[in-house]
Design a protein around this ligand. Structure first.
Ligand code: FES
Ligand code: FES
Length: 193
């Protein structure tokens, strides 16, 4: 007599412990030994701001910071990040206050449908953390792995340069928000209001 019990031909993946810091909070769980970071962040950590675009390393939507370096989470084994500090787009704001890069994407029209935006924000943040005075060429080079089908990129470059200006000037207001910036200031105009 043939049993109707299903016997999988593929052995179940082994589980391993995984402890990281995501957006300043400790996270510990078991993950499959070959799990992809993108899947773990979305399905187990719950950081749904990490977007799945191409799932093959070409769109940049899944970019996160690992120890301050922008990396594609769809091409990263979660196990490689054991003990690391991971920052997703959810970790950029301070409490209810958006980071300057987030405010400037909004001000400059750097985001339209928004699907690519988390990846751009993370890539830009990593750039500005290491270089707060990038040339336009350096900005374009930094974001050349991030694809956007909506904006045409010019507004994104402007947003990153506007955020860089804020970071250089240290122009945080006392209430913690970034100073208001005219994204298209004239010559001799600081652009702040
Ligand atoms: S989903 Fe990772 S690069 Fe597109
Ligand atoms: S804002 Fe729509 S893909 Fe970039």
């Amino acid at each position: 007599m043939v049993s109707d019990e299903h016997v999988s031909m593929i052995p179940a993946a082994s589980k391993v412990g995984w402890s990281v810091e995501v957006n300043g909070r400790e996270f510990t769980d078991e993950i499959e030994s070959g799990a992809i970071l993108l899947d773990v962040l979305r399905d187990q950590v719950g950081t749904l701001g990490v977007k799945r675009g191409c799932d093959m390393g070409t769109c940049g939507c899944c970019t996160v910071m690992i120890e301050g370096v922008a990396r594609l989470s769809c091409l990263t084994l979660a196990g490689e990040t054991e003990g690391c500090k991971i920052t997703t787009v959810e970790g950029l704001a301070t409490g209810h206050h958006l980071a300057p890069i987030q405010e400037m994407f909004s001000e400059c029209g750097g985001s339209q449908c928004g699907f690519c935006t988390p990846g751009f924000l993370i890539t830009s943040s990593a750039l500005l953390a290491s270089n707060d005075s990038p040339t336009d060429s350096e900005v374009k080079s930094a974001i050349d792995g991030n694809l956007c089908r909506c904006t045409g990129y010019q507004q994104i470059v402007e947003a990153i340069q506007a955020a860089a200006l804020i970071l250089r000037s240290g122009s945080k207001r006392n209430d913690g928000t970034a100073a208001k910036l005219d994204p298209h200031p004239g010559f001799g105009d600081s652009g702040y209001s």
